[in-house]
Design a binder for this molecule. Structure first.
Ligand code: ACM
Length: 267
């Protein structure tokens, strides 16, 4: 299958209301989608006060782990809809808690990515990711996972693209205004599709008010914005994408990867 119905779900979670957030978010997964991306920490909310609070809502989400209510709800929804789901959650792994994204296939199998680049106070709450930037086979595509602030490091999208990703799934809780435009560049410089799923609303649990910017989007390998949501709407957007439209040849003499000159770079 080279055509895929790719969706982003944009939510407005209430901090700590896991059952309500799960119900509202999963109800928004569009009928007929093959791959849907939900926001970072979509079922818990974002602004944990400390590691202990994050741990209290974390789950053993990695393959082979026990899971919990969030993983179970994603597994049930993936089975019911036939869609692969990618969503952010707090992941418990022994004594550590990671800001992670889980990929759940309709057959119940799952994969994990742990956020590499932690943003601001996240550094006081989560352990930084230690699994690199993974690419998984799902719904007939090579699916790469990154989370929110990873966008500002071109190495994240580049690592995924070099590992063969065709679609970047990007659960987010965006605060800075530049990401939606930056992801256009990430797609152009790697010739990949990207689906950034963000949240809306605000949180102020630590004396630092956070306003989330919405603008979830689906972007093509040429940087066309196929769908972009508003700053305040809850809902979902879907686009039919053709994986065969991915062309790494920029001109007859220029290939986006083969023309790289790593010997000239300082990385
Ligand atoms: C962010 O990485 N959630 C801003």
């Amino acid at each position: 299958m080279s055509t895929l119905n790719l969706a982003v779900v944009q939510t407005s979670p209430v901090f700590g209301d896991i059952p309500g957030n799960l119900r509202r978010a999963l109800d928004l997964v569009p009928v007929g989608c093959d791959l849907a991306v939900l926001p970072e920490l979509f079922a818990t909310g974002y602004q944990f006060r400390d590691t202990a609070e994050a741990m209290s809502m974390a789950e053993e989400a990695a393959p082979g782990g026990a899971g919990g209510p969030i993983v179970q709800a994603l597994v049930a929804r993936a089975a019911a809809t036939g869609a692969t789901l990618v969503a952010g959650l707090a992941e418990k792994a022994g004594a550590a808690v990671y800001n992670s994204a889980v990929l759940v296939r309709p057959d119940g199998s799952r994969e994990i990515y742990r956020k590499v680049h932690l943003f601001d106070r996240e550094k006081e709450v989560f352990r930084p990711g230690d699994l690199g930037f993974p690419v998984f086979d799902a719904c007939g595509a090579k699916v790469g996972l990154m989370i929110c602030f990873d966008w500002i490091f071109p190495e994240a999208a580049r690592s995924l693209a070099l590992a063969g990703a065709q679609v970047l799934c990007h659960p987010s809780n965006l605060l800075l205004p530049w990401c939606p435009e930056a992801m256009v560049t990430r797609c152009q410089e790697n010739r990949v599709f990207a689906a950034t799923a963000n949240r809306i609303g605000s949180e102020d649990r630590t004396g630092q008010r956070l306003d989330f910017i919405g603008m979830s989007e689906i972007v093509s390998p040429l940087g066309d914005i196929l769908r972009r949501m508003g700053r305040e709407e809850e809902g979902a957007a879907m686009a039919a994408i053709d994986l065969e439209a991915i062309e790494k040849q920029v001109t007859p003499r220029n290939h986006i990867f083969n023309d790289r000159r790593p010997d000239q770079y300082r990385i």
